[in-house]
Design a protein around this ligand. Structure first.
Ligand code: UD1
Ligand code: CA
Length: 415
C-alpha cells in the first residue's frame, strides 16, 4: 500500500504576548536563527509533499526573512488575519490541502523537536488513528495535559487554563504536534467552538471529538524534554539557548577543541575546526566560520563568517567579520577586521587597527592605530602608527595600491 501524501502545517501567526515584544514570537533568535527557522528546517528534512506556514502577527517581517533562505521544499504562506486560536489557525490552511493526505501539525514556537520523533508520529498517524506527540515533564506548568482513562487510553487534552487542580498534577503534556488524516481533521475543526477560559478555538479540542467519534488516539513519546519545550517567554528562550550552547560546546570539546570555559562560549551558526584550537572565554562565533590547526582565539573576540588559517593567533577583543586570515597571522588585541579583508601569511595587525576590503601581503605589519580600507598592500610592508587610507572623495571610493617592501612612516594619510 502506498502512503498517503504528507502535508505539514506550521503554526506561526501568534503574537507571543508573554514575550513583551513588537516582533512576532517565531522571529526571536535561538542560536543565531529565528525559532521558526529551526522548525522549518526540521519540516524540510521530512521531505513532505508540501509545507504550509500560517502567519499573521508580523507576517511581512516573517516573509521577508525567509525569502532569502533557500529550503529543499518550497513552502506556502497562509494568512490568519485574526489570531483566534490554534484550531482556527490550522483551519486557514485546510482549503489548500488534499483531503486524502496525512497532515502533520507543528508549532513554530517549539524549535527543537527531533526529526525522529516526527517520523514516528507521522507513521502512527497514517492509518485510522490520530497521533499526538507527548512528553513527561518534571514541571508541566504552561502545557496542555494529556488526560487518560482507567485503561490508559488518551481521552482528551486539557489546556492549563481550563484544568482542575487535580488535572494540573498530570505530568504528561501535549507538545502540540499532531498527525492525522486531513479529511477527518476538517470534519472536527468545523465543529470547534471557543467556549473556554481563553475564548480561543483550541486545536487540542479535536482529541476528545476523535475519541467520541470512536477513533483511537495514540500518544507517541518524545524522550528528550528539551526537544518539546515551547518558547512563550524570554526565560524559556534563554533556557533553550543555554541548552543548545552546552551541547555545541560539548561536541567541540569531543572533537579536540579546548574551550577555556564551555559556559562562556557561544556559537550562533556553524564552526569547523582543525586540531589544537584553543578558544578563550567570552568568544562569540556567528555564521559560518572555519578555523585551521593550532589557532588561538583570545578572550572576548567576535568572529563572523570568516576563515582563520593554521597557526593564527587572534588576541583578545578582536572583531572579525567576513575576513580571510592567512596562516601564522597575528591580530589584536582590539583590532577590527571587516568584510573583504584578506591577510596573507605572517601578517601582523595590532591594536586599534581597522582593515576593510583590502588585501595585505605576506609578512606586512600594521601595528598601531591605522585604517586600511579599499587597498592592496604588498609583501613585507611596514605601515607606521596612525596611518590611514583616505580614498573616499565624498562621491566615489578609490583604490589605494601599495607595493612590496614599502615603508610608510607614522601619521601618514594616503589620499
Ligand atoms: C499550545 C497547546 C498546548 C501545548 C503547547 C505546547 C493549544 C490550544 N494549546 O499552548 O496544549 O501544551 O502549545 O507548546 O493548542 N498560533 C497561531 N494562531 C493563533 C494562536 C497560536 O498561529 O491564533 C501559533 C503560535 O504562533 C504558536 C503556536 O500556534 O507558534 C502555539 O500557540 P501558543 O499560544 O503559544 O499556545 P500555548 O499556549 O503554548
Ligand atoms: Ca507556545
Amino acid at each position: 500500500m502506498s502512503h498517503p501524501s504528507l502535508e505539514v502545517i506550521v503554526l506561526a501567526a501568534g503574537k507571543g504576548t508573554r514575550m513583551q515584544s513588537r516582533r512576532a514570537k517565531v522571529m526571536h533568535m535561538l542560536a543565531g536563527r529565528p525559532l521558526l527557522a529551526h522548525v522549518l528546517s526540521t519540516a524540510d528534512s521530512l521531505s513532505p509533499d508540501r509545507i504550509h506556514v500560517v502567519i499573521g502577527f508580523g507576517a511581512n517581517d516573517v516573509q521577508d526573512y525567509f525569502k532569502a533562505c533557500p529550503m529543499k521544499n518550497e513552502f506556502r504562506w497562509v494568512r490568519q488575519e485574526q489570531q483566534l486560536g490554534t484550531g482556527h489557525a490550522v483551519k486557514q490552511a485546510l482549503p489548500f490541502i488534499d483531503h486524502a493526505s496525512t497532515v502533520l501539525i507543528l508549532y513554530g514556537d517549539v524549535p527543537l523537536v527531533s526529526q525522529d520523533s516526527l517520523n514516528r508520529l507521522v507513521e502512527a498517524g497514517q492509518g485510522d488513528e490520530v497521533a499526538i506527540l507527548t512528553a513527561y515533564l518534571d514541571d508541566p506548568r504552561g502545557y496542555g495535559r494529556i488526560y487518560r482513562d482507567e485503561s490508559n487510553e488518551v481521552r482528551a487534552i486539557i489546556e492549563e487554563a481550563d484544568a482542575s487542580p487535580e488535572q494540573r498534577e498530570i505530568s504528561e503534556v501535549n507538545t502540540g504536534f499532531i498527525a492525522v488524516n486531513a479529511g477527518r481533521l476538517k470534519h472536527w475543526l468545523d465543529r470547534l467552538d471557543n467556549q473556554n477560559r481563553q475564548n480561543e478555538y483550541y486545536l487540542t479540542d479535536i482529541i476528545s471529538m476523535a475519541v467520541s467519534d470512536g477513533f483511537k488516539v495514540k500518544g507517541i513519546q518524545a524522550g528528550d524534554p528539551y526537544a518539546v519545550m515551547g518558547v512563550n517567554s524570554r526565560q524559556q528562550l534563554s533556557a533553550l539557548e543555554r541548552h543548545i550552547q552546552r551541547n555545541q560546546a560539548e561536541k567541540l570539546m569531543q572533537s579536540g577543541v579546548t574551550l577555556m570555559d564551555p559556559e562562556r562560549f557561544d556559537l550562533r551558526g556553524t564552526l569547523r575546526t582543525g586540531q589544537d584550537v584553543v578558544i578563550d572565554v567570552g568568544v562569540v562565533v556567528n555564521g559560518h566560520v572555519d578555523i585551521g590547526n593550532n589557532v588561538y582565539i583570545g578572550a572576548y573576540c567576535v568572529i563572523t563568517d570568516s576563515v582563520i588559517s593554521d597557526g593564527a593567533r587572534i588576541e583578545s577583543h578582536t572583531v572579525i567579520e567576513g575576513g580571510h586570515i592567512g596562516s601564522d597571522v597575528r591580530i589584536g588585541p582590539f583590532a577590527r577586521i571587516r568584510p573583504g579583508a584578506r591577510l596573507d601569511e605572517e601578517v601582523r595587525v595590532g591594536n586599534f587597527v581597522e582593515v576593510k576590503n583590502s588585501s595585505i601581503g605576506q609578512g606586512s605589519k600594521v601595528n598601531h592605530l591605522s585604517y586600511i580600507g579599499d587597498a592592496t598592500v604588498g609583501k613585507q610592508v611596514n605601515i607606521g602608527a596612525g596611518t590611514i587610507t583616505c580614498n573616499y572623495d565624498g562621491a566615489n571610493k578609490h583604490h589605494t595600491d601599495i607595493g612590496d617592501h614599502v615603508f610608510v612612516g607614522s601619521s601618514s594619510q594616503l589620499v
